[in-house]
Write a protein that binds this ligand. Structure first.
Ligand code: FE2
Ligand code: FE2
Length: 159
């Protein structure tokens, strides 16, 4: 490999493009990513309802219900963005089965929330609409906050 070239292509890092790709060129990819986000939010809503019911005390139960309310807001916002992009309503689908114990639920949630933060930050960079970008970045911040709550409850459970 050209030794000079390597400085411009760090592994695992996308090259920076200083020109704006046309939105249309990326729309197809972006729509499938919005579909993925919608399925993820939909699955989280179902599972957090179940996990909240397994919580050992009202404090944790109420916090998880509050998190579920955030996911309902995210689902509504992603649905609006999807509808704007495609002109049709999405059909949300469960992506996985919900955990069956509280401990498993917390594990599942920490991991899922953390992965969703990454996913949303990447998605926010892909969209050119500033309003959409802001909504997705705010959702990423919410998911990061959720991850910390679930991690805290997991920590308390282990003591
Ligand atoms: Fe969410
Ligand atoms: Fe979340």
């Amino acid at each position: 490999m050209d030794p000079y070239y390597q400085y411009f292509n760090a592994p695992n890092e996308a090259p920076i493009n200083f020109y704006d790709y046309s939105y249309d060129r990326k729309t197809h990819d972006i729509v499938s990513l919005f579909q993925k986000a919608i399925n993820g939010e939909y699955t989280a809503i179902q599972c957090y309802g179940k996990i909240a019911n397994m919580a050992p005390n009202p404090e944790e139960r109420n916090q998880i219900i509050e998190i579920k309310q955030d996911e309902i807001r995210h689902l509504r916002q992603f649905t609006q963005m999807y509808t704007t992009l495609t002109g049709r309503k999405p059909t949300p689908q469960m992506t996985e089965r919900c955990p069956t114990t509280y401990r498993e639920g917390l594990h599942f949630s920490v991991k899922d929330e953390q992965e969703t933060v990454d996913f949303y930050l990447d998605l926010a960079e892909m969209v050119s609409d500033q309003k959409m970008k802001q909504i997705i970045q705010r959702a990423a911040a919410d998911e990061q906050n959720h991850a910390v709550w679930f991690l805290y409850y997991l920590f308390r459970l282990k003591r």
